[in-house]
Unconditional design. Sequence first.
Length: 123
Amino acid sequence: TTNLLEVFERTRVLIDVDADIDEDVFISSKLKEYLSVNRMIVSITGENSPSRQLLSGITKSVIVSDFDKFKISKAIEKAMDTKYDVNLFDDRKSVLAFLNVSRICNEIVKNFERISNKDYGTQ
């Protein structure tokens, strides 16, 4: 199927894997999409990654693991063993609000207006 929503509905656990590099600066493009679906997420990411920082407040519906094979296995087992409850996903709301495109655009516009309204004087 080409409809990802159908795939997500049949899935019990979504797995997001970041690059295993020091000082990673990227967040997986799939992570925001996964956060909007009421499914457990296993995030495999570095210790100081942006993904780990972003997910730090989500403790019920996201399990974060580093790249150790044993820890990944345990994280997947824990996610699979978690009993589905729609309330599990409430802790994602603040992160989804933070990632909201309209909010980000409004913030950029405000910052631009603030900068453009400054009086830099003449040189």
